[in-house]
Each structure stands twice: as C-alpha cells, then as structure tokens.
Design a protein around this ligand. Structure first.
Ligand code: URA
Length: 442
C-alpha cells in the first residue's frame, strides 16, 4: 500500500535488513496501522524484524512520540497537588500498582495511571481490576480527570482516544512473541506515561527469568532509556531495577491478585510485595516533593497501617463503577474458581527456585492470560503460592493452592507446579528485591 510516499513492505524490508527507520516513517506506520492502511500481518512482520535485528534508541524515542501522539494527551493542570504515575515493565505476582496508587493518594498526591493488560506470561493491572464486579477501565479523558479529582487515584486503559497506537500494537505484541525488545517496551511504557500527563514518573524495571529483560545489563539499559525519555520530555522520572526471578506477590491470577493486595493492605506492610510497593511509593513521593525517599517512609507506613490507603482504594473502585465492598470482603465479592487444589512438597528441604516465568505460564494456561488477542481472561483462576526462595519446609508442606476451572486442569497444574518449585538440601539466602536505581540526572 502506498501513502505519504511510503510503502509498508519497503519499511519492513529496511528493518529486516538491519536498517533504521526515521521518526516520520515510524509515525506513518503507527497511524497507518490504526487507519488499517498497514495490515496486522505487516505490523507483526515489522515488529518481529525489529525484535530480531534490534531497534535503536533513536527509534525508541521516535516510536514513543508516535504512540504518545496517536490520540489525545491528558491535561491535568487543574488537579491539585503533585501528579505521580507509576509503571512496571511486567512481571508475575507483580501487583504493586493496586497498592502504590491509593497509598500515594492517601499522602495527598494525585495518581493518574494508564495501565496495560497481561502481556505474554505476565499479569496485567487492567485484567486484575476488571475482576472486581462492575469495575470500568475504559474511561474518557473527562472521566479520568473527574475520578482523580474525587479520589486522588485512577487507573485506566489505553483507549480509542488515549494512546490508541499503544493499545493496538500492545495487543498484537502479546500474541506474536514480540514483547521482549528494549525499544518496544520503553516506547510502550513511556508513551502511556507521557500521554497520561503526570509530572512525576516512578518506574519499576523488572529483571530476571520472569521479566522481559532477563539480565541486569539489559534491565539497567531499559531503565536508563525510559528515564532519559521521561526527562527529555520535561518530567521528573526515576526507575528501580527489581528482581523477577520468583513471583513478587504470592497470588498469581486476576481476582486472586486483587484479594492478595486487599489482604496485604489490611495488615501492617510485610513481605516482598509490600516492601517493594512501599519503596516505589517512597521514591515517587520524594521525587514529587523533593527530599530523600527514606524521609517519606514513616508517613507512608502510617497511612498503610491506619487504613487510609485501603480507604482510597475503595473510593477509587467505587468511582470506577466497581463494588467497593471488595476492600472489606474480597473473597466474597470476587469470582472464585470451582476447583481448588492444595499442592504439597514431595521432599523437605530449602526452597531453591520458584521460577517466575514458569509460574506465570502456568497461571496463563489455567486461563488467567490470553493466547489470542480477543480471548477473555478468566478472573477466578490462578495460584496462591505458599513458599518463596529460602524457605525451609517439611515433606508434605503446602507449596501452593491451585484455583482452576476443572479437575483435569487442577491436576495438570499441580504436577507442573511440583516440577517447577525446586527444593534442595542446602541453605539458600532469600534474594534481594531491589537490585539498583536509575535516577533523573538533573
Ligand atoms: N508494560 C507496558 O506498558 N508495555 C510493555 O511493552 C511492557 C510492559
């Protein structure tokens, strides 16, 4: 197809042969895909050529811009207080948004967040929130601003009007094996963050077996690129590089993740999910207000402990059409799977591995993720882990509870889980969660 002097087939050929695409060509491709002048097959071929041959950082910046301007951008100038956004590059049991957003709102910030759905083996915040009966993620720009002004936090989807280019390409990447590219992840994340209008952005760049960046070098490079793009656009931006070799939270699935977060917020912060949520909130608040992240920890811990953060979550759920009693009685309000199966350890010893990717694939296979773009996710299925790396367990101790649609699916998942979780004789230290930080250099 020809238009604007370009032919998609030529641009795909240029990427296939190791060439670079300029900003105008990338804009043409994104707009053309939305206008159906570029076909799904052509976009998939281009993405795969770029994943295999690499996109340059200049292409990442240009793609960010093309995606960001593929729809409207949010003007948040009428909101009071600092506006903070938070984003993770994707992991398993990676539920910090559900905690960080209301926690920051309780501290007086406004959190306006455009999120994504599950990608590959990773879970998606939107799928998790949609497991709350009635919860709407497709909000117009006016609705987004109104919810933020009312409750201090809002989490919504890319839409026809907001970053539609990322919405379309994100869904295609999910089912074409084209997620794992530094430039594609940076442009997808940062286009949403820049279109979302927040002045302060805190990023959680995942690293390890269950992340799209498996080595510390690649994760650091992704963090650096995202922070540079944010700073060049005039935003305050920081990134933590964090471990994703085992699931972060113990609940993997959609409704299970929501229940896990509500239960975590109903008790004093403890465990890896709570600690990282607190760290991310501390960095976001400190960057917005000025000062050291540690100086905000006491305040945020108090807001968590006294229930103010959970109240904000209930207010956000109600403002987005969901049933706020999910914050009092999550297990009664959320969909439950018909079959639950406890999986016990065949041997005693020390837990040496709980591989995040395998666990994420297992949950997706139970129905918590997608194989095709138009698949519905099953809100109720997934896993609740009972162990993490470094735990000493007896033979017969529970490793996890599987939540499944059928007995056969539960049996398959239980076998796979026993194969995945490695228990050995030697002590294994609990690994750190935060591996490093890439900060705004200004
Ligand atoms: N999160 C996003 O928004 N985009 C990606 O590509 C990966 C994680």
């Amino acid at each position: 197809m020809t238009s604007g002097g370009y032919r998609a087939v030529d641009l795909i050929g240029r990427k296939r042969d190791g060439g670079e695409l300029d900003a105008e060509a990338l804009r043409w491709l994104v707009d053309g895909y939305l206008a159906r002048r570029v076909t799904e097959g052509q976009m998939a071929a281009l993405l795969m050529a770029g994943v295999l041959n690499g996109f340059t950082d200049a292409e990442a910046r240009a793609l960010t811009d093309a995606l960001r301007h593929s729809g409207e951008t949010l003007d948040l100038s009428e909101l009071d207080g600092p506006v903070i956004d938070k984003h993770s590059t994707g992991g398993v049991g990676d539920d910090t948004t559900l905690i960080v957003s209301p926690l920051l709102a309780a501290a007086g910030a406004q959190v306006v967040k455009l999120s994504g759905r599950g990608l590959g083996h990773t879970g998606g915040t939107l799928d998790k929130l949609e497991s709350i009966p009635g919860f709407r993620v497709d909000l117009s720009p006016d609705e987004l601003r109104a919810v933020a002004a009312d409750t201090g936090c809002v989490v919504a989807a890319q839409s026809e009007r907001l970053v539609p280019g990322d919405r379309a390409i994100y869904a295609l990447r999910d089912v074409t094996g084209t997620v794992g590219s530094r430039a594609l992840i940076a442009s997808s994340v940062m286009s949403k963050k820049l279109a979302g209008g927040a002045d302060t952005i805190v990023l959680d760049v995942k690293c390890g077996d269950g992340a799209f960046m498996t080595t510390p070098e690649d994760a650091r490079a992704l963090a650096e690129l995202c922070v540079e793009i944010g700073v060049e656009a005039g935003r305050r931006c920081t990134a933590l590089v964090t471990a994703m070799d085992q699931p972060l939270g113990r609940s993997v699935g959609n409704a299970l993740a929501v229940a896990g977060c509500v239960e975590a917020m109903s008790a004093p912060p403890s465990g890896r999910l709570a600690e990282l949520a607190l760290d991310l909130a501390c960095h976001g608040l400190a960057l917005a207000r000025g000062g050291h992240p540690d100086a905000t920890r006491e305040e945020l811990t108090r807001l968590w402990r006294d229930g103010a953060a959970l109240e904000r979550l209930a207010a956000m759920v109600a403002a987005q059409g969901g049933d706020p009693s999910v914050c009092d009685r999550p297990r009664e309000v959320l969909a439950a799977a018909p079959v639950t199966r406890e999986v016990s350890a065949r041997d005693g010893g020390v837990v040496a591995a709980v591989p995040a990717r395998g666990i994420g694939e297992l949950a997706a296979g139970l129905g918590a993720g997608r194989t095709h773009e138009d698949d519905e996710v099953d809100p109720a299925v997934g896993l609740e882990l009972r162990v993490e790396i470094g735990d000493r367990i007896e033979r017969g101790a529970p490793l996890a509870v599987v939540h499944a649609r059928t007995d056969a699916a539960a049996d398959r998942a239980a076998d796979e889980l026993r194969r995945l979780v490695r228990v050995g004789p030697d002590d294994v230290p609990a690994p750190p969660t935060v591996l490093g930080r890439r900060a705004d250099p200004r």
